[in-house]
Ligand binder design. Structure first.
Ligand SMILES: [Ca+2]
Ligand SMILES: [Ca+2]
Length: 569
């Protein structure tokens, strides 16, 4: 694909989009945003503004027939996660402006905040949020809509972090007040009272941003907040900006990659040593074409970047398409397999994503892991262990400081029709072994529809981002249990999984099989990481070297005899 850059586009798009949206004879006004739709990649942008442009320019097909949506729910034991909480309370909106989804949740101390897209005031504002002061037990909807003022029209796409060094909550959304479609920042001391602040980036075609903050006090970049996005006015490339003063001022935009192919910005995170990771996806030609995962890595605080391919190309999840996008249901719930990245201790980096399953299974959750700070990655393994052909999609991943990893996703294994549940799977040892996958949500959800004409018709939230602190995982997702006007519609649900409760469950057996690949002597190394984080490497037939320790060290395993073949430890 040819990727051109035009500074003039910014000015032109501003001028002519106004003409478009007013319904004037924009076809007579050369050049205008309608003529630039393909050049700017607007059909593959994920934000609400892009959909408005496509509507104004007559480029969207009629909405597809709504998928069937059963209203029947059944109870399930709450095996993972506490009681589900609907966080959309008293601010649902008037049908059909009732779409709430695409979540990012964060907890600091006893305060939790979840930010999400909220269509109750679409198209003047798409940003909503709720807060809890009891770690997710009860929630208050921010019905004062603090993110709907201060930066013009808010087009959604939430980013939410708590910057420990500067003791500030920061939220970022796409906003017209930052150059037409740039990234506006709101900040808060308590997560409850918010005020508009800086523009993290002034842009005309920013899309699908992600955010993270380096909260490790020993990191050389402690207190640095990162924002990444695709800039569709600048070659569609991924860019990053960072702030070292709690979001008051921001660096100039740094280009992260320069691939000939379009690479979607997926999510950003940092490791405890300060390394920055941006997950990206080559979406092929869109639709159901094959995908390729990348990670972009910076060891100097986001100033320069290297690129690492994660695995090989894989089949896209989904059963149909919706414009440029793949869809998990018939022309509904766009999802390209985008995943989530997180960092544990000792240079272990985790990435979970979705791909096509075997045969007619249209979605499975896969996991890949790096033990060398993101330089090399393991072969991907499947996290959902069901044997059927029902779909799983759109994972979120979070890691506790001690290396507990939790991946959660949408899962239809126990449902019929288009219903689904939220499932998850926990690793207590930084991703080496995983406990059984299990259900999080208390009941299944009918597929929530998207009735708002101001929102892209096959949208059901493009990502969810969970959070872990030292004692719990906070998981948010889109749920359709509440009917309005007889229709299931999108709400944000949330549940908390306590680390202390799940770590008391039985650990998997400490057995693994390591192939021995030589006839007369051992060559290379074999690494064996035990639960509780003591990591050992077999140096030769009888000697182990301890690579790292943990809170509950395991001694070196006994080796009685090593021969060619497969050895049990
Ligand atoms: Ca599946
Ligand atoms: Ca709703």
């Amino acid at each position: 694909m040819t990727r051109t850059v035009s500074i003039l586009r910014f000015v032109l798009s501003l001028l002519v989009f106004t003409v478009c949206s007013l319904g004037a004879a924009f076809a007579q006004t050369p050049p205008n945003i309608c003529d630039l739709i393909d050049q700017l990649g607007i059909p593959k942008q994920l934000n609400a503004h892009a959909y408005e442009i496509l509507v104004a320019c007559g480029r969207v097909p009629p909405p597809p027939p709504a998928p069937s949506s059963s209203a029947v729910s059944f109870s399930n034991p709450t095996n993972l996660g506490g009681v589900d909480q609907d966080v959309v309370l008293g601010g649902e909106g008037t049908y059909p402006h009732v779409t709430q989804s695409e979540t990012q949740i964060w907890t600091e101390g006893t305060t939790s905040v979840v930010a999400y897209n909220d269509s109750r005031t679409a198209g003047s504002c798409y940003a909503g949020a709720s807060y809890s002061t009891d770690r997710g037990a009860t929630w208050t909807d921010m019905n004062s809509r603090p993110f709907c003022s201060g930066h013009g029209t808010n087009f959604g796409d939430p980013v939410l972090v708590y910057d420990k060094k500067h003791t500030r909550w920061l939220a970022g959304f796409l906003a017209t007040g930052c150059g037409g479609q740039g990234i506006g920042i709101w900040s808060s001391a308590d997560g409850i009272n918010w005020s508009a602040g800086s523009c993290a980036h002034t842009g005309s075609s920013d899309d699908r941003q992600s955010g993270w903050v380096d909260n490790t006090p020993t990191s050389p970049f402690y207190g640095r907040v990162y924002l990444t996005w695709n800039d569709f006015a600048l070659g569609q490339f991924i860019f990053v900006t960072f702030s070292d003063d709690g979001g008051v001022t921001w660096s100039g935009a740094v280009q992260v990659e320069s691939n000939a192919a379009f690479i979607r910005n997926v999510q950003v995170t940092t490791g405890p040593n300060g390394t920055v990771f941006v997950a990206g996806m080559d979406e092929g030609s869109g639709g159901l074409s094959s995908r390729l995962n990348y990670v972009f890595r910076s060891t100097n605080g986001g100033t320069s970047w290297s690129q690492i391919q994660m695995g090989s190309s894989f089949a896209a999840p989904g059963s149909s398409t919706c414009g440029y996008f793949a869809a998990m249901f018939p022309s509904y719930w766009r999802h390209m397999g985008w995943g989530d990245i997180g960092a544990g201790p000792s240079g272990v980096i985790h990435y979970a994503y979705a791909q096509h399953g075997a045969g007619t299974d249209t979605g499975d959750i896969y996991y890949t892991r790096s033990t060398d700070d993101g330089l090399t990655w393991s072969a991907a393994t499947r996290l959902n262990t069901d044997s059927g052909i029902r779909l799983q999609w759109q994972p979120a991943l979070s890691v506790s400081p001690a290396g507990h990893v939790f991946v959660s996703w949408y899962d239809a294994r126990n449902t019929t029709g288009n219903d689904y549940e939220r499932w998850g799977r926990l690793s207590n040892d930084n991703g080496v072994t995983w406990q059984a996958d299990d259900v999080i949500s208390d009941a299944s959800s009918p597929l929530p529809l998207q009735p708002d004409p101001n929102v892209q018709p096959c949208y059901a939230g493009d990502y969810d981002r969970s959070f872990a602190d030292g004692t719990a995982f906070f998981i948010s997702w889109v749920d359709g249990r509440t009917l309005i006007s007889g229709n299931s519609q999108q709400d944000v649900s949330q549940a908390v999984t306590s680390i202390s409760s799940v770590t008391q469950s039985p650990l998997p057996p400490l057995r693994t099989q390591v192939p021995i690949q030589t006839t007369s002597e051992l060559k290379g190394t074999m690494t064996r990481t035990f639960t509780r984080f003591a990591e050992w490497r077999l140096e030769n037939a009888l000697t182990w070297q301890q690579l790292s320790s943990g809170p509950s060290n395991r001694p070196a395993p006994k080796v009685t005899r090593v021969t060619k073949g497969v050895k049990d430890f």
